[in-house]
Ligand binder design. Structure first.
Ligand code: ADP
Length: 696
């Protein structure tokens, strides 16, 4: 069953959108965090690089100054060219960045030259004189400022197609305040970088000297290939020449996590995303459970609403905590009126409220938690009473605690009415069966009544004759007096009339008796009641009735009329069966006389006490398999005037008494129908009494 409530669907949609929004926000926030961390990291790297570039520029400047001092030192005390040269060579051996040292006179004529021992003479290819102009400019500037001056850088081609950028430094030499010459040093820019800075340079950093417009003059160290490059520039301001120190650094892999901070932020972000994912999954599961619960609830509600059984729950104080619609409909009261209602309930009939209240109090006080069912009477709002069957069971909550009582209530008024109707129709059937039997016996009755009536009429005629004789004259001597004869005749008339009356009464009793009371009846009394009618028929059919009554038989608890009818029916069936077999003739070796035996004896004691067994056995034709299959089917009969109701009614009557009804074959022929009835309580009379054989 799908949950179709529109409000719920809307709410589910909104919740989904909220989740989406939250996810988007978290992702945006995390992205921003990672980006900011990356940026912070970049700015750190950049500033470190800027510092390094500035340091490199300072290193170069201080290196150049140191060299300047060393060159100045060579000329202290005005040494001759002979003395200057070894000192200058020594200097070049320790300062590898210097390619050549020159000592020039005031007119820039070369007084002494020393080349670096580390490579071939650098001007070998081009020749120094061709580059005189640059030196001249530098020395002119030096003379002007009375200090060192540098030339602009220029390219010196070398052998093998190579070349290098170099720069000249010119320093004016003075003697007693008068210009005496110049010291010129030629530097390789490449070596400046490698010798003055290179050693302290990190591996992944590239250092270069460029012109102001970005033209690269010299490069030292090459940064590894990477996605991001950081560049720092620092001006290298030399007197007469300005260059830029350019430092380049590349971020190594992984570029996304340049340092711990970014990695940490990223890891936290991932963890947050994972938590978000888990939360989402948990929420989805909850939603599923919620959905399932909703369905289960809707199913339960639908079930409750369609249920015909009333349901009612009560707490331990007897207050109603729940009623279903069927219960409300049953008693005609709204649920809100019933809820929290304590005793006495509105649906209790006032006359029974006291008993109910007592019963409830006992139940609430009792500690046994058995399930129980009992019949009761409830009252509708309009005051009508109706029978209900209540099944009560303890209400145990989820933690196993007894919290009240749950009752299922069935309206059994209809059922009771049907039972009443079926009982009434059963009664009518019994009555009709009785009448049918009486109809059958009508001829017998007329025959039986004929005798006393004929006797009465002949006694009456005799009496009349006597009266006439008496009026005619006195009786002779020795003759009995008229009054004696008349008295005798009248007594005979009275006896015969009484006999006729008894016959009629027995029939009348049998037909009219309709009380349905179960009473304690002695088996003898039952037999006595049916004997006149049975005997009548037996006499007509020329049969004998044998009674075997065990004197130890206790009285039975039964509906007397009905059991009499059962006995009568069985006796009649037996006699009719024997009559049939008489017509076909007895089997060889058997006497012609037919005896119907009525036997009563105690049966094996059952769970509810002792029982009494009644058996009617005949020597008739027996019951064939065909007949046996339909024996108890109403209206089944093999007789011309039969109704076919006898045996089915007999069985119903006995089963209503809780007894057993059945039949068996008799030996050597015939059938024994037997049934049991419960003995009336504690009324077993004289045990082990001898068997009495009665006959009629
Ligand atoms: P009915 O006597 O009106 O036929 P019953 O219900 O009493 O109706 O009997 C049904 C049938 O069972 C009878 O027609 C008969 O064939 C058979 N039956 C009953 N009792 C005996 C018996 N003692 N011996 C043989 N057949 C019997």
């Amino acid at each position: 069953m799908a949950l179709k409530h529109p409000g719920l669907a809307l709410w589910a949609n909104r919740r989904f959108s909220l989740w989406l929004l939250l996810l988007a926000l978290v992702v945006a926030l995390l992205g921003l965090l990672v980006w900011l961390a990356g940026r912070y990291e970049s700015s750190l790297v950049q500033s470190r690089l800027d510092d390094n570039a500035a340091e490199a520029a300072v290193d170069i400047l201080s290196g150049l100054n140191r060299n300047l001092q060393a060159v100045q030192a060579l000329h202290v005390g005005e040494p001759g060219a002979q003395a200057w040269e070894p000192l200058a060579r020594q200097l070049l051996q320790v300062r590898r960045e210097m390619l050549r040292l020159e000592w020039r006179d005031e007119a820039l004529g070369v007084s002494g030259v020393v080349e670096t021992p580390f490579q071939k003479p650098v001007f070998g290819q081009l020749g120094r004189p061709s580059l005189q102009a640059d030196v001249g400019l530098a020395c002119a500037a030096a003379r002007r400022v009375s200090g060192p001056a540098y030339s602009v850088s220029y390219f010196l081609p070398q052998s093998g197609g190579l070349g290098m950028e170099v720069i000249d430094m010119c320093f004016p030499l003075t003697n007693a305040g008068r210009l005496s010459g110049y010291a010129v040093a030629t530097y390789s820019l490449q070596s400046l970088l490698s010798e003055l800075v290179g050693k302290s340079l990190a591996k992944n950093v590239g250092l270069s000297l460029t012109e102001a417009d970005g033209t690269r003059l010299a490069l030292h160290g090459a940064p590894a290939r990477a996605s991001r490059t950081f560049v720092a520039r620092q001006l290298l301001d030399l007197p007469g020449s300005t260059m830029v120190v350019r430092m380049e650094s590349r971020l190594g892999t992984p570029a996304l996590f340049p340092n711990v901070l970014t990695a940490l932020v990223s890891a936290l972000s991932l963890a947050l995303l994972a938590v978000l994912f888990l939360l989402g999954r948990d929420m989805r599961r909850r939603l599923q459970v919620e959905h399932d619960l909703g369905e289960a609830l809707a199913f339960r509600k639908a079930m409750e609403n369609s249920l015909l059984t009333g349901l009612r729950a009560r707490d331990l104080q007897g207050r109603i905590t729940y009623v279903n619609p069927a219960f409300c409909k049953m008693v005609g009261v709204e649920a809100r009126e019933l809820l929290n209602q304590s005793m006495p309930s509105t649906y209790w009939p006032p006359e029974l409220a006291g008993v109910y209240q007592q019963r409830q109090e006992m139940r609430l006080a009792g500690s046994h938690l058995a399930r129980e069912s009992h019949e009761s009477v409830f009252m509708r709002r309009d005051g009508t009473r109706f029978a209900v069957l209540i099944m009560e069971a303890p209400l145990i909550n989820a933690v196993g605690k007894h919290t009240g009582w749950m009752s299922a209530i069935l309206d059994v008024s209809e059922q009771r009415r049907n039972e009443e109707l079926s009982r009434a129709s059963q009664d009518r059937l019994q009555a009709s069966a009785r009448l049918a039997m009486v109809g059958e016996m009508a001829s017998l009755l007329s025959h039986e009544l004929n005798q006393p009536l004929a006797a009465i009429s002949s006694y009456a005629t005799g009496s009349l004759n006597l009266l006439q004789q008496g009026l005619a004259g006195e009786p002779g001597p020795g003759e009995p007096a008229l009054s004696d004869d008349l008295r005798l005749a009248m007594r005979c008339i009275a006896e015969q009339a009484e006999r006729a009356g008894k016959v009629i009464k027995s029939v009348h009793d049998f037909v009219r008796r309709s009380d349905r009371v179960r009473e304690s009846v002695k088996p003898q009394a039952l037999l006595d009641a049916i004997m006149p009618l049975v005997a009548l028929q037996a006499r007509k059919l020329d049969m004998r009735i044998a009674l075997e009554l065990d004197a130890a038989c206790p009285p039975v608890l039964c509906d007397r009329t009905m059991v009499e009818q059962v006995l009568l029916n069985l006796a009649r069936n037996g006699m009719q069966a024997m009559q049939g077999s008489l017509e076909t003739g007895p089997p060889p070796g058997l006497a012609l006389e037919r005896v119907l035996t009525l036997r009563v004896r105690p049966a094996a004691a059952g769970a509810q006490g002792p029982w009494v067994e009644f058996a009617v056995s005949d020597q008739g034709e027996g019951i064939s398999d065909d007949v046996a299959r339909q024996l108890f089917t109403p209206f089944f009969t093999t007789k011309k005037e039969g109704m076919g109701l006898g045996l089915s009614l007999c069985r119903t009557v006995i089963e209503q008494h809780g007894g057993f009804f059945g039949y068996d074959n008799a030996w050597p022929q015939g059938t024994i129908f037997s049934f049991t009835l419960p003995a009336a309580a504690s009324s077993t009379s004289g045990a082990a009494a001898p068997r009495v054989l009665q006959e009629s």
